[in-house]
Design a protein around this ligand. Sequence first.
Ligand SMILES: [Zn+2]
Length: 646
Amino acid sequence: MHNISHNSPQHSRLLTSIPKAISSAMFRAFKAEWPLILLVAMLLGTSGYWFFHHFSSMAPYPVSWISRFGNGAFIGYIVALVLTAIPLGLCRATVRWLCIAAASALFVAEGCAFGIWGLHISPALLTLAAETNMQETRLTASLLASSRYFWEVLAALAILLGLYIAVNGRTAIINRRIASFGWRKSARTVAWIFICAITAWGIRSAIVISGIYRSDTSACLERWVVRNDELQEYTDNCSRLLFALQSVNLMKNDKRDWEELQHSFLTQGDAVTSASDSLQVVCIIGESFIRSHSSIYGYPLETNPRLCREAMRGNLVAFADMAAFAKHTSLSLRSILSVNPSGDGNRWNSAISFPSIFRRAGFRVELNDNQLTYASSIWAFSLSAVMLSKTMTQHCYNSLYVPQKHTDDLSFVDSVAARHPVAPHKQLTLYHLKGQHLWPSYPDTPEWNVFSPADIPNPGRPWLDSKRRQQIAGYDNATLFNDSVVSHIISRYRHTEAIVVYLSDHGEEIYDYRDAALRQPPAPGMMQEFLAHQFAIPFFIWMSDLYMQRHPAHANLIRRAALRPGSLADIANTFIGLGGISTPCYNPQRDILSPEFIPAPRLTNLGDTLPQMPMPPVAGPAPHNLHGSHETPNFVMANNGNNTPP
Ligand SMILES: [Zn+2]
């Protein structure tokens, strides 16, 4: 008390003068540079594409608009603060126009890339740009010049810059006019509300976005994306660029480590197989298949009639409790492909992929992929980087097929079959399907439009209006289409010694237990349903008659494993076991088919542990229990408790 009163006059002068100086600087910057702040908000928060075309589904959330313009305005305001701190003259003008030029470049890049290729400023766009050689640069330039999007974006930029130049020269006059109308006080209040709002929003965004640079591996960055999905997808052009630069940088390191590991295994690794030379191991990677929408698991609509028939014949075994490692394609796929130590799919880049092990053990390896694209999202970008990396294309795959044009899964499977017949020697064949990702497409013909909105069961789901029912019917039709795709693949191998494994990379939801679709975050009190839809997946193993004849013991192991809780992060071990391969990478305790299997905690990419989520299949012979000691049918469970299909 004594001390404070001793210093009090100076102290209090200081205490009031510092905030006063800061607030007057903040206000001065806004008053002098508000046209610049608005210009930068427009250049960074939008793209020229928007001036001429409206987005139908790209920016559906109010938070995305707040994020884009809020971040843009905050960056504009920071520039304004810097400018007012620089003495008037050449230096200030140079800084101003350099900042405007940089924002304009991002505005043009985002607008043209989206208009022409459907890409945002993203890791994929940077990779494309980096991999473009001189000749392609000339081609790109002529493509730009002949594209109407390019000219539209330039026109939008010219309009914005013209408006800015017109207003900027009159800022003082406009400010005085506002004052002379007697609006000075309310204008001041509005200005302060704006300044406080964008500063608060901007600081929040800066803290979140700084997470990009706290990530030191691409897995870490992807975990950041999972937590801040909307910020990554719907953010301003400057944050997009920061994110893309860091993604490319981290992915490059991880990919290099991974490729070196695959290369050394493919050339010197230890793997031998006892399999006969005619064994066909087939892995079908599906997409966004909701387990409870499969009639094999008790869905009341016949969405899997062909696979149900395979199950009734005893060729197909459906697993009751298989779970994905992540609910994003790329993360899930890398965990599926890699023999992750202790089932931790996050460490994919320090693990050998099972296709590499098959190749080293003497199998032919074939990849047929109907999903690899250079889309904007980090998932598509990082998936392509791994699956189509140079090491894999040169040293692992004997045959690689990635259609250049969009094609549905059935045409894709037919064109794979038309390329060559099933190989007369032992082979691992991977199919990566488009599957049922929302919103799924399937041929719009009566053959595939089987289910209509009237068929959709809705007890307890008051949110199901006619539009939502139509969407669910569409999903179920796509599932029926997928049933045909998978059985087409199976029929290729019917008369060979073959084993076909179908798995979905993750689940999905479509108004099943709440009014939400796609893969939205969990709602309070609905965690169990959330996990059962997005992480629990349908998982089938089909065996040809010849396979069952030659490997009766193996066939029994498969039937006995059907109720075990499994994880896709461990599934590489199962494939190694199916290939009869001996390698130090193999861990039988992680192979769901092995007698040595030990159920372990099932981790997700965020480090959470999944609970048991059994949904015993209703089609086919009763699955055996964990130890196969008694044969009580488990059909009853499928119609009880939380297993009831929606
Ligand atoms: Zn997926």
